[in-house]
Ligand binder design. Sequence first.
Ligand code: KIV
Length: 280
Amino acid sequence: MTKKLTVAEIRAMKATGEKITMLTAYDASFARLLEVAGIDMLLVGDSLGMVLLGYDSTVPVTMDEMIHHAKAVRRGAPSSLVVGDMPFMSYQVSIPDAIANAGRFMKEAGCDAVKLEGGQEVCPTVSALVQAGIPVIGHIGLTPQTAGQLGGYKVQGKDLDSARKQLADAQALEVAGVFALVLECVPATLAEMITKTIGIPTIGIGAGVGCDGQVLVTHDMLGMFEKHIPSFVKKYSHLATQIKEAVTDYKHEVKTKAYPDVAHSFTMKSDVVEALKESM
Ligand code: KIV
């Protein structure tokens, strides 16, 4: 069994230069595989709304849905640092609400930290969560919960004003107390500048190699989708093709009675068979 990394150890990886690995997990079986592979942090992302639940965006995802999946991830990966992603409107309404919801991730699901989206506007909430004893990861750049306000799923920080805003947001979040910061869809040069400017680790997704770590949606990097996936995603496998081939083979073998064969069936002793026949 691997030793669970602590928040302090994640922070320390910035100084040693060891890159931090993070992937999304939404259920126990995937979480187990990621833990065995030695991924540093598992994110129960609200992306589960689109990846698993079939929503068009992350906006409809509820706290109850997040807790349900976070519990499964914790069961599958008892030795991993698990981060619960605060869904839309679970931290924006009021600070007491945010503390109560983040507390649910820790108490009910056994998460080690939470993540929330936003820049300077969420800093009072971040400070309150940290004071309440809840480790927080920030998330700036493209923030999917408010993608509509940003003009869609677009790269952020390309012009001077927007780049300055990203930098100011990163610095403010560090002061507010986040222990790491996700940078999503920002130019690699800007991500590198932010990484060099702040004292906490940056975790990039579509933000180039200059970040202190990387995160991807596991289903994207495994090639489980055939529809559009972001250009920054590298497919390390092509599971959609493999799954379709396997399912087609299964269908063919069932239809042609090739499955189940003797190797995949249970047998009975012949004397039991004979006795049974006689008693019928
Ligand atoms: O919800 C999610 O999966 C995320 C990552 C893409 C960072 O926030």
